[in-house]
Design a protein around this ligand. Structure first.
Ligand code: PBG
Ligand code: ZN
Length: 323
């Protein structure tokens, strides 16, 4: 007879008691805020599919960075939009590229802010695929050489960490080697290790015009049906030198976050992607949900699943609510 000896409600009686036995916390230290940078000057464009998130030219990005620093958010993840696209995505490794200019400006303004750069080609290629595209498919090994150049160019601009999101095989090892050869052995790698071929990327692709012009990304991003495979992806990335591994998207893949966290002693990041943000914004605008409560609950769930870090478009709002 466990009841009435055991009464679970005893420890739920007051907020003070609840605070004492709370197992999981959500803190501003856990958050990484994505920022979008466009060419030109004096540009502040709200992204229609991500209300409250903007595309800034480098000059205007500085106010945003000041706000991020003032809120205590420790890191940003920088995405760039190029001046022009080509077959190879060559602007991705230009020293005068949008990301490279943004990184230099951010590190000048806020040296302590951790600057992480997304390393991929899809915004930069005319075909919109994440690598070199030939004969109807993305060429793995030819892509690695370009990714190495992109990563080194970001490190030269001052990035603290690079985040390859292309899902080519062997890219973490290739980038690690290239960084080390260029004497950037202190620059880290946050690998998009278990990145799924997800419909939740729609709003992001609108934001940076990176949708593939033909086909999809299923031949390189992971099948949403698999999680054993995610562990193999993570194992390879850890072995190749990843400092942080990532699961993406977050909410629909919390089981994967948990498995990765249990299997490896490396920091795990969960990327709460554009589609997750957009759904909440849309429902909140209609008055159908309590936005603040839902956002905090979702992000706490990511932490409970095992995410050490959360990349989220809600980072500024969460920082304000927690502050
Ligand atoms: C580019 C990239 C994508 C995201 C981050 N880097 C999209 C994609 O693979 O199509 C998604 C971010 C988001 O949806 O918020 N490879
Ligand atoms: Zn890509």
């Amino acid at each position: 007879m466990v009841f009435p000896t055991h009464r679970m409600r005893r420890l739920r009686r007051t907020e003070t008691l609840r605070r004492m036995v709370r197992e999981t916390t959500l803190a501003v230290d856990d958050l990484i805020y994505p920022v979008f940078v466009v060419p030109g000057m004096r540009k502040v464009e709200e992204i229609p599919s991500l209300p409250g998130v903007f595309r800034f030219s480098v000059d205007r990005l500085m106010d945003e960075i000041r706000e991020v620093v003032d809120l205590g958010i420790p890191a940003v993840l920088v995405f760039g939009v190029p001046e022009a696209k080509d077959e190879e995505g060559s602007e991705a490794y230009s020293p005068a590229g949008t990301v490279q200019r943004a990184v230099r400006a951010i590190k000048h303004l806020a040296p302590d802010l951790v600057v992480i750069t997304d390393v991929c080609l899809c915004q930069y290629t005319t075909h919109g695929h994440c690598g070199i595209y030939e004969a109807g498919s993305v060429q793995n090994d030819a892509t690695l050489e370009v990714l190495e150049r992109v990563a080194v160019s970001h490190a030269e601009a001052g990035a603290d960490m690079v985040a390859p999101s292309d899902m080519m095989d062997g890219r973490v090892g290739a980038i690690r080697r290239a960084l080390d050869e260029a004497y950037f052995e202190e620059v880290g790698i946050m690998a998009y290790s278990a990145k799924y071929a997800s419909a939740y990327y729609g709003p992001f692709r609108q934001a940076v015009d990176s949708a593939p012009k033909s086909g999809d990304r299923k031949a390189y991003q992971m099948d949403p049906a698999n999680s054993d495979e995610a562990l193999r992806e993570v194992a390879l990335d850890v072995e190749e030198g990843a400092d942080i591994v990532m699961v993406k998207p977050a909410l629909a893949y919390l089981d994967v976050v948990r498995r990765v966290k249990e299997a490896y002693g490396v920091p795990v990041a969960a990327y709460s992607v554009g589609g997750e943000y957009a759904m909440i914004k849309a429902a909140a605008e209609k008055g159908w949900i309590d936005e603040r409560a839902v956002v905090l609950e979702n992000h706490l769930a990511m932490r409970r699943a095992g995410a050490d870090l959360i990349i989220t478009y809600h980072a500024k709002e969460i920082a304000k609510w927690l502050g």
